[in-house]
Design a protein around this ligand. Structure first.
Ligand SMILES: [Zn+2]
Length: 244
């Protein structure tokens, strides 16, 4: 049964003219990135800081308690950036083959970029992009990680802002528009590591007018049957098994 679905998946992917992927939280978790959705993690953070990770990872908290924010950020967020695995490398192959046109994701750890993919819309930004809001000087992740306390701009002393979307902030409008446009151009849409109830699907599925929706996720959901092909399992393992 699984074997048949893998063959069908490969066929659908390779037949598509314009494949767009909505890459969800499932991928990030499989790659070992920090995630609030792991209850054990959320509990540890609450124990350590007396606040939930959602509370700390917000614009309000950043603006009022920047020192604590960066303590959390450095010790408990960018401490697990995730590993680039064979599943992610399959995405790079699909892009090189001209099949995969765009990956749309809320991942802030740049997994797809790090796997070599070029066409990625990172709706929530990336921890690899950091900028001084005053003089616009850019800084690498290492600068933030290795700074003592709050990271400050070498030019002007202003607190450097990681270019990521915090809770309570809007996604860049141009990026959302571009993502919607890409979905509207797709003939095949792959929901990878997310399902029909995910924020990504809810935001962009409505723009899809193509032929096929494929869903690969490790959890079953009642709306799964809306997809043309559903494979339940670890998305990265499944992609790696395609052996492209
Ligand atoms: Zn500056």
């Amino acid at each position: 049964m699984m074997e048949e679905r893998l063959i069908l998946l490969k066929k659908m992917l390779l037949e598509s003219d314009y494949l767009v992927i909505l890459k969800g939280i499932g991928v990030s978790m499989e790659c070992g990135c920090t995630s609030y959705r792991r209850s054990k993690y959320a509990y540890e953070i609450e124990e350590k800081y007396g606040r939930s990770p959602e509370e700390i990872f917000s614009a309000g908290f950043y603006n009022t308690r920047v020192r604590e924010f960066f303590e959390f950020y450095k010790n408990d967020l960018i401490s697990s950036l995730g590993e680039i695995n064979d599943g992610l490398k399959t995405l790079k192959k699909l892009e090189d083959m001209g099949v995969l046109k765009m990956i749309i994701t809320r991942d802030i750890f740049s997994l797809a970029h790090r796997a070599g993919c070029k066409n990625v819309i990172e709706l929530h930004g990336s921890v690899y992009h950091n900028e001084c809001p005053h003089c616009r000087r850019k800084y690498p992740l290492e600068y933030i990680r290795d700074s003592k306390g709050v990271p400050r701009c070498e030019n002007c002393g202003t607190t450097i802002r990681p270019q990521i979307v915090l809770a309570g902030e809007m996604v860049n409008n141009a990026l959302s528009t571009k993502a919607a446009d890409e979905v509207s151009k797709a003939d095949t849409l792959l929901l990878l590591g997310c399902d029909m109830s995910s924020v990504l699907a809810e935001s962009f599925l409505r723009y899809f007018t193509g032929k096929r929706v494929i869903l690969i996720h490790n959890r079953e959901h009642y709306a799964d049957s809306k997809a043309d092909l559903v494979i339940h399992g670890k998305s990265m393992d499944i992609l790696a098994q395609l052996a492209l």
